[in-house]
Each structure stands twice: as C-alpha cells, then as structure tokens.
Design a protein around this ligand. Structure first.
Ligand code: SF4
Length: 470
C-alpha cells in the first residue's frame, strides 16, 4: 500500500474506518486475496470501460506503477491542451488519483490557459452510489489543486451497453463535503486502531482473517448477530465489552442500555448465552408444521449486472409421497427466463404443501418475475405457501454464531456443500463462464450448487422442528 491517500480510502471510509487504518498499518500478507467473483467483476469492469471509450480519440497515460512519471506525462498532455486523457495520474498534497478520463473544457482560467479539465469516470454499475459520487469529487479536488481552477463537477458514465439505468450523471463538485471526508481519512490513519465491529459485511472484507480472530479473542460484543453499532457503543461505554459480560446481565439491566428495548433484550441475552455456553438456546418455540407430502424447499439463482437482471435457475427439493427429489427449471440463456418461469409455475401449481425458503431474496425474485413476465395468479398461490426459515430461526433460536446466513447455520448443523461451487457469487461466475464458453460443466456446477442450497434448507427445517420439540 502506498503512502498516498486515494479514492479507495474515501470509499472504504463509508464501509468501515478500520479498513482505512489496516490498509496503512496492517500486515499486507494477512489480507485475503480477491475471490474469483471479485476478479470476474474487475474483468467485467475493464471490459465495460474499454467498450465505453472505444469510439473516442484518446491520449493514454502509461506507467501507473510509477506515479511520479505518470503524473509528469499527464501534466505534459494537460499543458498541450489535448481533448481527452485516458487514465491520467493526478498527484496533489499527498493525494493520488487516476480518473478514467480527463476531458478538456474551453473557458475558465486554469494555469494551462483559457481551458481546464474535468473528470469522467466509467462504471458498469446500474446506479450511481455515494461512493461513486465521492470518488469523482475526490478527482475534482485533485484537479482543482493541479490545474489551479475548480471544475464545476464531474461526469459519471454508468450502466451497461444494453442501455437503461442512469447512463450519464452529473456530479457537482462539493468541496466542503470532500474535504470533510479527507480529514476523516487522515484522522483515521493517524489515530488509534479502531476496534473491530463485526457485521455481515466482514464476510466480504479482505481483512476478515485479522478482525474475526481478534474479535473472538477479545470475546467482543459485536460478535452477537444483528447488534447495532450504537448499541455496541452504548454497551462499551458502560464497560460491557465481552459476550460473558452481556450473558451475566439481567433483562432489566439490558433494557437500561440505550438502543435495547423490551423486545430485543431477551434475544440479545439468549444470543450471548448461546456463545458463552456454545449451544443453541430456545428463545420462543417456532410455529412450524410437521413434514407433509407436497412440501418443498426452494432456492433461486440470479444476477443483476450491466443492466441485465436475470434469474437463471429455480430449484426445488420436493417431497412426493415419502421421497424427496431435486427438481429445477433452468434458463440456459438469459433470454430463456420467461420460458423457465412458466415451466416453473406449471410445476409448482401441482403442489400444495408449504414452500420453505431462506431469506427475503426468493420472495423479491418472484415479484420481479411476475412484473417482467406475468403469471400473477399462480405466483400468488405459490407465495401464499412461503415459509421464511431464516426469519423463523432468528426469532426462535439463538446460536453460537456471528450470523444466521444459510452458509453459517447449515455447516454448524453438520451440512457440507459438496460441489465445485460453494457460494452464490461463484454460481454467477460459473453461469457466465457457461455463457462465454458453452462448456456444460459450468452449468452442472450451478445446478449442483442450487441442489446443495435446498438440501441445506431442509437440514435447517428438520433441525428446527426437532430442536423445538425436545
Ligand atoms: S473485517 Fe470487518 S471490522 Fe475488519 S476491517 Fe473489514 S469490515 Fe472492518
């Protein structure tokens, strides 16, 4: 990690201050390498950027590994007043940025003459997020310093080649806002090491192998799933820092802590006890029907990328008679989604038992499929039978885990994903590998992964039924 402050620091600040700190002071060898999915997203981003600039006449700045040389080359192009600079490097007061494009604007009074430059950044995302806005504002700030003239703002080119989304977004240059963020970055880098606050986002953070073991060693309260940062802070201020200390509190003592109400206190206490005693603790018995023929366990695979929203696999573990069988409908191409959807509706309309799923994704996906293709009446009949096991589990049982995702709960119950693909992002990569290469093994990985997901969902239901009846 260089000593320069970059746009990445500004982006990371909004995710977790500790990332900014560890990027400067942590041991780089302990950072987790990017996953295959993250690498694939980067590849897609570069591909999209190349498509977006293909028709422009550009001056390209090379040597990004030597920022001083790249900055010298960029300055030279700016002095010559070229129209567009691709991947120019800007250095200013310890800050380093590489906007995708610098575009000349006639008028104004920069130190180069009667023209100035403004940044343009290209994103393959569908919408401009705050972090995208902050990133281009950071480039405006750098340009302001380098050219001695403040650009009015920046342009974000968003969305995919298929069109749709906010394709061009003007971002005004809010100097005070970016200065405040820069000061926060500097304070974080120069300040004390922030304590880890464990959330579900840590699963995707490259410092997770540093923070999770540390939080576990400290027995930190943030290991309680779902605890809010302000509640965590309030507990720390009262000297309640460990799981053991929370578990030793009474309900009345917990309720006196800011942010903890009568409803959340028993759950929090049970979760702390589950951690301390390393066992499942019943909070309230779940309302679960016994297994019946016609019941099913349901899971969807889909992606939203470059303005393409696509569901490509609808999988079910169905009980027909006494036997369970895995059945699915597949869109071998994104354009086959409609056909897959109606085939699936025909399949589920013959069933009448409860449909167990894990989390909110499936319900949302069904809504989107109805919006896109219709099938409202059978879809409503299907949705009426939904039972969200994730919600049921979280509300009824406390487990000695940091979170209640299927990938955390099912392994704790002894379930293992057996296939090549072990997580939803990997399934998305495999589906795209199939689309790109036509090699069927990628599709097989997607199917096996979905089968494992529904099998895991059944394991959770069976355990919950069994646990609550003992
Ligand atoms: S693992 Fe979590 S606590 Fe640690 S730096 Fe990343 S987001 Fe922050």
């Amino acid at each position: 990690m260089s000593d320069f402050i970059t746009a990445q620091d500004i982006t990371n600040l909004s995710k977790c201050r500790r990332i900014v700190y560890l990027d400067r002071h942590g041991d780089p060898a302990l950072r987790v390498e990017p996953s295959e999915y993250e690498r694939w997203l980067m590849e897609q981003g570069i591909e999209f950027e190349q498509q977006a600039i293909a028709d422009y006449d550009l001056y390209v700045v090379h040597a990004p590994e030597d920022p001083q040389a790249a900055f010298g080359a960029t300055l030279q192009l700016m002095r010559h007043g070229v129209e567009m600079i691709y991947q120019g490097t800007l250095l200013y007061e310890g800050l380093h940025g590489r906007p995708d494009l610098l575009v000349r604007v006639d008028g104004g009074a920069s130190r180069f003459g009667g023209y100035y430059y403004r940044p343009v950044d290209i994103k393959s995302a569908r919408r401009a997020s705050d972090s995208h806005r902050h990133q281009v504002m950071f480039y405006c700030y750098l340009l302001h310093g380098v050219q001695g003239f403040a650009p009015d703002g920046a342009l974000l080119l968003n969305g995919g080649p298929e069109g749709g989304g906010d394709t061009e977004i003007e971002v005004p240059y809010a100097q005070d806002e970016i200065l405040a963020l820069l000061n926060e970055v500097i304070d974080t880098i120069d300040g004390d090491e922030p304590r880890p606050f464990i959330t579900s986002a840590c699963q995707g953070c490259r410092w997770r192998n540093v923070c999770l073991p540390l939080a576990e060693k400290m027995r930190d309260v943030s290991l309680l799933p779902g605890i809010r940062r302000d509640t965590w802070q309030a507990l720390h201020e009262r000297g309640v820092r460990t799981l053991e200390q929370v578990a030793a509190l009474t309900l009345d003592e917990l309720i006196r802590v800011d942010g903890i109400g009568r409803k959340t206190a028993p759950r929090l206490l049970a979760r702390a006890r589950a951690h301390v005693e390393q066992r499942a603790v019943l909070v309230e018995p779940p309302r679960l029907a016994p297994p019946v023929p016609g019941e099913s366990f349901f899971d969807i695979e889909g992606f939203s990328h470059k303005n393409v929203d696509c569901y490509y696999l609808l999988g079910l573990l169905v009980r027909r008679g006494e036997e369970y069988a895995f059945e699915y409908d597949l869109a071998e191409r994104p354009e086959d989604e409609r056909e897959m959807w109606f085939s699936f509706l025909d399949r589920v309309d013959t069933l009448d038992g409860p449909v167990y799923h894990y989390g909110a994704y499936e319900r949302t996906a069904i809504g989107r499929l109805v919006e896109r293709h219709g099938g409202g009446a059978p879809a409503r009949r299907f949705l009426d039978r939904f039972v969200d096991l994730h919600r049921l589990l979280k509300n009824s049982v406390a487990l000695p885990l940091h979170g209640y995702s299927l990938k955390q709960v099912a392994p704790w119950l002894g379930f293992e994903w057996t296939g090549f693909t072990q997580a939803a992002p990997e399934s998305i990569v495999e589906y795209h590998r199939w689309l790109e290469t036509g090699e069927r093994q990628h599709l097989e990985h997607v199917i096996v992964y979905n089968r494992d997901d529904v099998l895991a969902t059944r394991v959770v239901r069976d355990w919950l039924l069994n646990f609550s009846s003992t």
